[in-house]
Write a protein that binds this ligand. Structure first.
Ligand code: UDP
Ligand code: MG
Length: 315
């Protein structure tokens, strides 16, 4: 048996969406590092429906180097869908997921490989310090701490995008059929043997973030509804308390009227009570409706992603 047959393969999984400014630099920096490793490699780009030159530039490089592969999704699926498609089609023994914006630096790749070779199934990158505006940092701190409270997932703080996992972990991930995918949560749910290393972060190399405040909020809500029944429990408890309060108030009114004083309750109090209760009801029905909507979505059992074209994949 020759040496090469024992060589492991590393797949980089890289979702791209309007990243034309980053592609060349990303390929340059990663291949420089990958070539120093005693590993076979592939770089799997998943285009999430970019309308700029992203696809063209990747194809140009893929033509020169068959280890650079491209999966083009038919339309924008969101980062979670793109990463999922990448994990389904990557063929490596180790899969390393990173963004093309070079916030998590490729020079860290060897450390990830070293760490996973110690026998972990998943190694998270934890960033020393997030290179981001203070408002974004504040937002992500609030996001992760509420999420951990809501879901009990115990996701490590300062989680970087960059992480590596092995084939066993990837196969487990592929068994998760849910559509509303919160990948960080799913990774924690898979469990297995986890390690982590601290990495330095840089500023985004070029281009702008695709996650404005609205999209971040959407992600946060998805994550909460995906991973906990807490909103439902909250509704039940609140409803019970409200009903109890109403019942006690009623007893108090009857008691006072019969045994203590003569009085006339005003209609404004009734109207405001009605409005208050009606509002609460709509709000709570809304929460339940969100779950119903999610159930409806999942029950359709649609494919997780739709691929338009493969480049450099053997059929
Ligand atoms: N991305 C994607 N689909 C989207 C939005 C973003 O595949 O709908 C990719 C994007 O190309 C990038 C990664 O997700 O590789 C993270 O996005 P970004 O760097 O803008 O987010 P940030 O690092 O600012 O949170
Ligand atoms: Mg980024």
């Amino acid at each position: 048996m020759s040496e090469t047959e024992n060589i492991k393969k590393l797949s980089l999984i890289v979702p791209v969406y309007f990243e034309q400014e980053c592609i060349f630099q990303f390929i340059k920096e990663t291949t420089a590092v990958l070539l120093t490793l005693n590993l076979d490699y592939e770089i799997v780009f998943i285009d999430d429906g970019s309308q700029d030159k992203t696809v063209e530039l990747i194809k140009e490089k893929a033509f020169e180097n068959s280890k650079i592969k491209l999966i083009e999704l038919s339309y924008n699926h969101g980062k979670q869908g793109a990463v999922t498609a990448g994990i389904f089609h990557a063929t490596g023994d180790y899969l390393l997921y990173m963004d093309p914006d070079l916030q998590d630096p490729p020079v860290e790749i060897p450390r990830f490989v070293n760490e996973i070779e110690k026998g972990y199934d998943l190694v998270f990158g934890i960033r020393e310090e997030k290179m981001d505006s203070w408002i974004n940092k504040l937002f992500s701190r609030i996001f992760w701490s509420t999420l951990n409270k809501f879901t009990g997932l115990k996701i490590p703080t300062g989680l970087a995008v960059m992480r590596i996992f092995n084939r066993k972990f990837a196969e487990k991930f592929k068994e998760y059929g849910e559509h509303n995918r919160f990948i960080e949560g799913m990774f924690m749910h898979i469990g297995m043997k986890r390690g982590q290393i601290t990495i330095k972060q840089r500023e985004r190399f070029a281009g702008t973030t695709k996650f404005n405040f609205k999209r971040k909020m959407q992600l946060a809500f998805n994550a909460i509804f995906d991973f906990s029944q807490l909103p439902l429990l909250f509704v039940v408890r609140f409803g019970l308390m409200l009903a109890l309060t109403g019942f006690l108030a009623l007893l108090a009114i009857i008691f006072s009227r019969v045994f203590l004083i003569e009085f006339q309750a005003g209609w404004p109090s009734i109207i405001s009570t009605i409005i208050f209760c009606a509002g609460l009801q709509i709000f709570f029905i809304g929460i339940a409706a969100i779950y119903v909507g999610k159930i409806y979505n999942e029950s359709k059992g649609r494919p997780l992603f739709s691929i338009k074209e493969f480049t450099n994949f053997k059929e």
